[in-house]
Design a protein around this ligand. Sequence first.
Ligand code: ATP
Length: 535
Amino acid sequence: MGSLFETARRLLSSLWDALINAFFITAVFGNDDDSFQWIMHWMSEQPSWKGARNVEISTSNVDLLCAVEIDSDEDSSTHSRKVTYLPAVSESYTLWYKYRWMGVTRAVHPNQGGWSTRETLTLSVMTRDHGILAKILQDAKNGYIKAQEDKITIYVSNNSTDGWRELATRPKRPLNSIILDPGTAELVVEDIRDFLSSKEWYAERGIPFRRGYLLYGAPGSGKTSLIHSIAGELGLDVYIISLSRSGLDDTSLADLISDLPERCIALMEDIDAAFYHGLNRETPHASSVETSDDDLDSDRPQPTGRVSLSGLLNALDGIGAQEGRVLFATTNKYNSLDLALCRPGRMDLHIEFKLASRFQAERLFKRFYAPLPSPSASARGSESKHTTASGKRENSHVDTTEDPLIDLSESQAPPAPLSSSSPTPSPSFPPSPSSPPYPSPTATEKHEENTASSGPTYVGVVHSRRAPTLSRDQINALAAQFALAVPERQLSMASLQGFLMMYKTRPFEAVADVEAWVEKELMERRGAEKEEDEQ
Ligand SMILES: Nc1ncnc2c1ncn2[C@@H]1O[C@H](COP(=O)(O)OP(=O)(O)OP(=O)(O)O)[C@@H](O)[C@H]1O
């Protein structure tokens, strides 16, 4: 009876499998592949999925998966939080797609080592038509790309076995927010655009379809920011290759590079830092594993990577190197790089980033204090148009191409003398000899600090405080004065940005105090350089 029963069970089971194979198409998506994200996004958009009764709740990835907003009863702007529904593990779901039944199962498979897990999503569609699967994939990919339109995705690799892993999605940074010498950003963007559209040209001539850019120069001058901005502009994902990552050796580096997708930006930051002695062939101990005792005694951080220069060179243009990728490398020590690394084919375009020029300082100031265009601001602007003394609508002569952030409506107000026109006139503008050399709390902030017995005690600027709304003429005049006080090519853009951050709401005081700040910065730098020389 027992064997009869078992035979019948097996027969039924294989009949069922044969039936499934004959009438269903089954596809498995693993979370180590991009298609997993497409399908997750696609599922989250399906109307029949929204009625699922057994789901896992997630608050991450809400930007990419179709999310449900949960509001509190009171104030939705402050209390709303988005969540998304994911298929629960080991649960089967039924969906309908173009009148076809579809089963979905999500499973988690522990890795042998037990450290990381692999997830799969299995889709079984009741159809004999393979075109349906292709259509689902196409829809899923298009939907995912659309959801990512205003974002860039950053990938990293944690260890050699896991390959690339999505680290985060970031909003795109507009290219014009990076203030460089005229034409620099455009040069790189146009170069990449032209490269990406020249695949056939390379194929016909048998030249490897790869291009490398080396951005070198002063720290804090916008190298990384430009790369992220270009990624957004061209819709490319960024794959960060950290050469000093522990456990990375020549073989795993080559594997990682050959695993890159065809169109992407591979980014190696501070390429010199991975090699203790500088990236140079003349220093045979380039790899950190071969550091001398003297080096180990020094205070400098010990790099942990085990990549050698020849390993890097092979990974960049060996036979396994991915075609179609755009490589960006950044360094602050251009001269310490080996010539072989810098040669065309590996790094085709070398772009120098200098310390801030007056031109850059001026633009940075303008961007920093330009009011954000908002519906309420334009409403205010149109109100002010009606209340001008002449009662006429004045024609704007402002150059809108210069900086889109500057609010045109505000600029139409007649220019007023700087010292009296600010809605919150600053006591320290124009600069007086007695103004404090370094940022000090404004009159209101001091007041807040001193009378704090009844409230919180703090020093600094509360985030909700806003800079006074300045007209275009005011901003231009202040920016020109600010730039005049900044010495040509002496300070980085990052440090200028840091200074302006301290004066987030006080443009007049920023201009008044910048000279003293510059002096202090330069003195500190000279001191640090002297110390370094003495060592
Ligand atoms: N040219 C610039 N225009 C606008 N902002 C800039 C510029 N340069 C630097 N910044 C600002 O300074 C900060 C640091 O910039 P970033 O990391 O791009 O510099 P970096 O050159 O890559 O520095 P490092 O060589 O130290 O990595 C960022 O917040 C960025 O917004």
